[in-house]
Design a protein around this ligand. Structure first.
Ligand code: CS2
Ligand code: MN
Length: 355
């Protein structure tokens, strides 16, 4: 298993490369060009600037998260052709700096959804929180504005870009008649075009599950359980069509047995996000430390499953709590994610030694 750490880029992250360098066992940066709009062809000079920064610290750039999918692709509009072509041109450039895995998601309108960005935990830290009743019967625009206001550091969160927020009503109108089956077929169309190109460039595509793992605001959601993961992998049944297995996204639903999903589809998991969360009976959940006993997901079993299958893909800690007074992007501070890495390594080494 290869350990990585998500970095938002120079001037766009409160965590520095000097700090990341001191987290044990981190080989690569999980990166993106966050100021490029979905659908744009990424400029080579910006890609090379990230490469230069990473090289100075000896980090690889093997994993990109994300090259975002333009809504017209998800909506299946004729204009998707241009955006798919741009996507392929971007993949061609990424290959030149050694990119091996491209993470993306196929969630309509939003990326992940939470109602509180800095919810207090009993230990005095704060964490991302989802309060079910806050997303019921509310206007999505009002909802989003309220959440974005909580982001004190003012660093745009992926999936919550001002450009996207300003078009919320228009986007909801566009999705009005898009059924779940239509979304599946738009995803298939995209994959049939992208996967052959990715293969040519030696890149593996890795879809990120929907977060949370159920429909919100009446929008369909696809990558939410084992049945749908199976269906997804069969859309284009080739290794380059794979998964970013995010324990915290699939783990929002108690019905998902994540170690079982890992053991079943391990060879198609190219990248994993490991994090824990605590589910409550009323449908709310809070993110927690990685430690198994702090949440509802058995992280020790997750890591055991990866160890058992001899996982050689990429791993990163996903969101962490905000601890020790750190001011950072919601979920993306230094300290708790670094603690998460050490928990994962501790489990990994223990399984190694008990062989
Ligand atoms: C991430 C996602 O922060 C997160 O929850 O796991 O935002 C992820 O980057 C995207 O869904 C991938 O496209
Ligand atoms: Mn994730």
């Amino acid at each position: 298993m290869k350990m990585t750490f998500r970095w938002y880029g120079e001037g766009n992250d409160t965590v520095s490369l000097t700090q990341i360098k001191q987290i044990p066992g981190v080989e690569g940066l999980v990166w993106s060009l966050h100021d490029e709009a979905a659908g744009a062809e990424w400029p080579m000079d910006k890609i090379l600037a990230v490469k230069k920064a990473a090289d100075e610290y000896g980090f690889n750039l093997d994993v990109v998260e994300s090259v975002n999918i333009h809504e017209d692709i998800k909506l299946g509009l004729p204009s998707r052709e241009t955006y798919i072509e741009n996507y392929i041109k971007t993949l061609a450039k990424l290959q030149t700096v050694g990119v091996k895995v491209v993470c993306y998601n196929f969630m309509p309108v939003f990326d992940w959804t939470r109602t509180d960005l800095f919810h207090p935990l009993p230990d005095g830290s704060t964490a991302l929180y989802y309060e079910r009743k806050k997303v019921m019967g509310i206007d999505p625009k009002a909802f989003l504005e309220d959440v974005v206001k909580q982001d004190k550091a003012g660093l745009t969160m992926p999936g919550w870009e001002p450009e996207r927020l300003s078009r919320i009503k228009e986007l909801f109108d566009a999705y009005k008649d898009v059924t779940e089956e239509m979304l599946w077929s738009n995803l298939q169309y995209f994959l049939e075009r992208i996967i052959p190109a990715a293969e040519q460039y030696g890149i593996k595509m890795a879809i990120h599950p929907d977060d949370p793992a159920w429909p919100i605001f009446g929008l369909p959601r696809l990558i939410i359980n084992k049945t749908n993961v199976e269906r997804f992998l069969k859309l284009v049944d080739r290794p380059a069509n794979g998964l970013t297995l995010c324990t915290g996204s699939l783990g929002t639903s108690a019905a998902n047995d994540i170690p079982d999903i890992i053991r079943t589809y391990g060879d198609r998991i190219h990248f994993t996000h490991i994090r824990n969360l605590k589910r409550f009976d009323n449908g709310d959940f809070t993110e927690s430390s990685h430690k198994t006993s702090d949440g509802s997901i058995d992280i020790a079993e997750v890591v055991r499953a990866y160890h058992d299958i001899g996982f050689t893909g990429y791993c990163r800690p996903d969101h962490g709590r905000h601890i020790w007074g750190e001011e950072c992007r919601p979920g993306y501070g230094l300290y708790d994610r670094a603690l998460g890495i050490m928990y994962i390594w501790g489990l990994w080494d223990a399984y190694n030694n008990s062989k």
